[in-house]
Design a binder for this molecule. Structure first.
Ligand code: SF4
Length: 60
């Protein structure tokens, strides 16, 4: 099944320490990569703070 959301989503973000954050509410990038804290496989803890981080973050 084809993903029809590619290119149509917007990314809301309040991480103001990131250079891609726009006005404290949105991400300026067209695409981000969400990654688990422990590289590729994650810890499978179910804790959002460990399992789902923005891998496109870049410090200002
Ligand atoms: S790259 Fe990630 S952390 Fe940075 S503004 Fe975009 S969504 Fe937020």
């Amino acid at each position: 099944m084809k993903d029809t959301k590619i290119g149509y989503q917007t990314i809301g973000c309040s991480v103001t320490s990131c250079r891609y954050n726009k006005e404290g509410t949105n991400c300026d990038l067209n695409r981000i990569e969400v990654k688990p804290m422990n590289n590729y496989d994650g810890s499978h803890s179910g804790d959002p703070a460990e399992e789902s981080l923005c891998g496109s973050y870049c410090k200002i």
